[in-house]
Ligand binder design. Structure first.
Ligand code: ATP
Ligand code: MG
Length: 387
């Protein structure tokens, strides 16, 4: 008897001409996440099988696989040669605790086995009842389901649970995007959501040292690392924003500070995106959450974008919904560490809530926008982030 991990993916994105392309991305991503482990990878009909790994590391390997977009569910299974006695033994062996109610489901792809599936299921059920006399069979209200999957290759997989995985599409299958990553709760969630739609993620972060601390920057690196458990390798582009903020602070009306800051962030992000061949920008904005995220603010900010779409996956989400995902991906505890982000320094008391484009454009004339952008972009540092 051998332990193996069975991986299932959705059929939807594997239909048609793109199948090879999606499968290649998915297999590459699985191999990347398991890079530091010894194992064997094989395909069996519409499944992938991970085998020959160190069983002591099984939990770790399963945790990693649960985060690979494109995998819908997995099961840890006992694999035996297709022989009815062996199958029965392996099925009884599955439980480490008495199940309350169970049922047995047999799938017989190998028609050489002549015993009909329901007969097999009944016999296996009988064996389990014999070993665990306090339990009972219930075909509708069961708490454990024993799957017996008899494949055509002469082997049978026997397992208890189908563990729900990340779903979505393989990272990279939709292209690449540049995500504006702050140290807050929202943008790591936005990055995660777009990676789930198959985008490879590069990140851009603006920092204002020495007004913001080294820890604030480290926090963003940690957040990128957390997202990379799902999104794979992330290139984090760190942009010095101090001179820009000082200039806005000095030369522009305080109530326009945030709007102008965000417009310059967007300009830099779009230019960088073009340089690195990213096809979209991603932000963590949510409509109405703060003054800079009203419809009018978003309009005025978006106005500087010339070529690329801006994806705002959280636009219709409540804060609680965002927090729930943030906790699900284990980012929340890091996001709430209390280091100042560049958006919280020089903060005006009354930021404009419904900025007027003409007024903002006029205020921006006080700045050498092109020179500021150039100097910031000349000093971008890239950090390679891997899980
Ligand atoms: P978050 O929780 O993601 O920080 P927020 O609710 O604090 O979002 P804002 O500060 O208005 O909202 O920022 C909106 C979006 O702008 C962020 O989600 C992020 O995509 C981007 N952004 C803000 N500050 C930065 C920064 N310093 N570097 C990179 N992107 C940023
Ligand atoms: Mg923020």
């Amino acid at each position: 008897m051998e332990r193996v991990i069975l991986l299932r993916f959705s059929e939807i994105f594997l239909k048609g001409n793109n199948r090879k392309f999606f499968e290649k991305k998915l297999i590459d991503n699985i191999k990347e996440t398991l890079k530091s482990y010894e194992y064997r990878f094989s395909t069996s009909q519409n499944r992938y099988v991970v085998s020959d790994y160190d069983v002591d590391l099984e939990t770790e390997i399963v945790e990693r696989l649960k985060k690979v977009f494109g995998i819908y569910s997995l099961s840890v299974a006992n694999k035996v040669k297709t022989d009815f006695d062996e199958i029965r033994k392996a099925a009884v062996d599955l439980f480490d605790d008495t199940p309350l109610k169970f049922r047995v489901t047999v799938r017989r792809a190998d028609k050489r086995i002549e015993i009909p599936s329901p007969v097999m299921a009944a016999e296996i059920g009988g064996d389990i009842l014999e070993k665990y006399p306090d339990t009972s069979v219930d075909l509708t209200n069961f708490d454990k389901e024993v799957y017996v999957d008899i494949r055509e290759n002469g082997y049978t997989y026997i397992f208890l649970d189908k563990i729900h995985c990340a779903g979505g599409m393989p990272v990279g299958s939709s292209g690449k995007a540049l995500c504006l990553l702050s140290g807050g709760i929202d943008s790591p969630v936005a990055a995660y959501m777009m990676a789930k739609r198959g985008l490879q993620i590069d990140a851009i972060h603006f920092h204002s040292m020495p007004y913001t601390s080294e820890q604030a920057k480290e926090k963003v690196v940690s957040l990128a690392k957390i997202v990379s458990a799902y999104a794979g390798h992330i290139k984090l582009h760190v942009v010095p924003f101090t001179e820009i903020q000082e200039n806005i602070h000095k030369f522009c009306p305080p109530e326009y500070m945030i709007t102008i800051m965000r417009r310059i962030m967007m300009r830099i992000s779009e230019r960088l995106a073009m340089q690195i061949n990213a096809g979209a920008l991603v932000t963590g904005e949510s409509l109405g959450q703060v003054a800079s995220q009203t419809m009018q603010s978003i309009t005025v900010t978006n106005k500087v974008i010339e070529r690329l779409p801006v994806f705002r996956p959280l636009i219709g989400f409540d804060k609680e919904e965002i927090v729930k995902i943030s906790k699900h991906i284990d980012a929340f505890e890091t996001s709430i560490l209390p280091y100042q982000d560049c958006c919280t320094i020089f903060l005006p008391k009354n930021p404009v809530i419904r900025p007027k484009l003409e007024l903002i454009e006029r205020a921006e004339k006080a700045l050498d926008v092109e020179g500021l952008i150039k100097r910031a972009m000349d000093n971008i540092k890239v950090i390679e982030v891997k899980h």
